[in-house]
Design a protein around this ligand. Structure first.
Ligand code: SF4
Length: 266
């Protein structure tokens, strides 16, 4: 279900590494990833995540005013929704915000799981400072369908990344969260390598309050044989992620990719 809403603020300060501001054109996200932390961050109390999306229809007008007075800084699109989830096809709020950010020459960092980003190539190419990160948690399309049911396929995302690179846009890949025994790091790195990202950022899954029930419910239902292993990992056994990060670094080295482990892990 889609609901149009009005907002009073566009840019909010961001504490995420590399970002000064967060810009979220929607509340809710049709990608409906089972591990999404956004509902707990925005205190979502409007039913199952993914079923309702609130479209901030006046966001471009508010952003236009703010850009005239805000100090220039990197704008993250987006931090608690996907700027290119399906509603964007019709509403084009992200596109209109990009037009404004371009006009004011603000640096932009896009992160998405959708090939719809290619629609805005004409704008992206005009920015003096822009990068696009594509998130992938698996190389396996049948697993992707379970984890991120509303998002673009693995192939569409990798193709989008390659197209962006070919057009001179800086790209990177976010492997995160790494879902234990479901994200196969080495196979994923092999799948990613032809898309030529500038670097790969890897992050672990944190079972914070609000996410834990979703993830453990999903594991219990689809991968019940993993339940015991998950209990060990998320009760403090650090061996899994230690080994995973070591292996993925080695594999990236072998494939000629720069690899960073998220600083949020420290
Ligand atoms: S794409 Fe991002 S914001 Fe949307 S459901 Fe998935 S994790 Fe959440």
């Amino acid at each position: 279900m889609i609901k149009e809403i009005l907002v009073k603020m566009a840019l909010s300060p961001s504490k995420l590494p590399g970002l000064d501001y967060a810009l979220n054109p929607y509340r809710g996200c049709e990608h409906a990833c089972i591990y999404c932390y956004a509902p707990s961050v925005i205190h979502w109390d409007k039913g199952k995540w993914g079923e309702l999306v609130e479209v901030k229809v006046n966001l471009p007008r508010i952003l236009s005013k703010e850009l005239k007075v805000k100090k220039k800084g990197v704008v993250g699109l987006s931090t608690v929704t996907d700027p290119y989830h399906p509603a964007e096809k019709k509403y084009e709020i992200t596109r209109r915000c990009l037009e404004l950010l371009l006009m004011h020459d603000f640096p932009v960092c896009i992160q998405t799981k959708s090939s719809l980003v290619l629609r805005d190539m004409d704008l992206l190419k005009k920015f003096s400072n822009i990068e696009v990160g594509m998130t992938l948690t698996t190389h396996d399309e049948s697993v992707r369908e379970k984890l991120e049911p509303g998002a673009s396929s693995v192939a569409q995302r990798l193709n989008a990344l390659l197209e962006l690179s070919k057009n001179g846009i800086r790209t990177w890949i976010f492997i995160g969260p790494v879902i234990p025994y479901i994200t196969y790091g080495e196979a994923l790195i092999d799948a990613i390598t032809p898309a030529k990202p500038e670097y790969v950022l890897v992050d672990k899954l944190r079972l914070k309050e609000g996410i834990q029930n979703n993830v453990m419910g999903f594991i219990g239902e689809i991968y019940p044989h993993l339940k015991e292993k998950y209990n060990e990992i998320f009760c403090g056994n650090e061996d899994f992620y230690k080994g995973f990060f070591e292996n993925i670094k080695k594999k990236c080295d072998k494939n000629g990719l720069k690899c960073e482990i998220s600083k949020l892990n420290e």
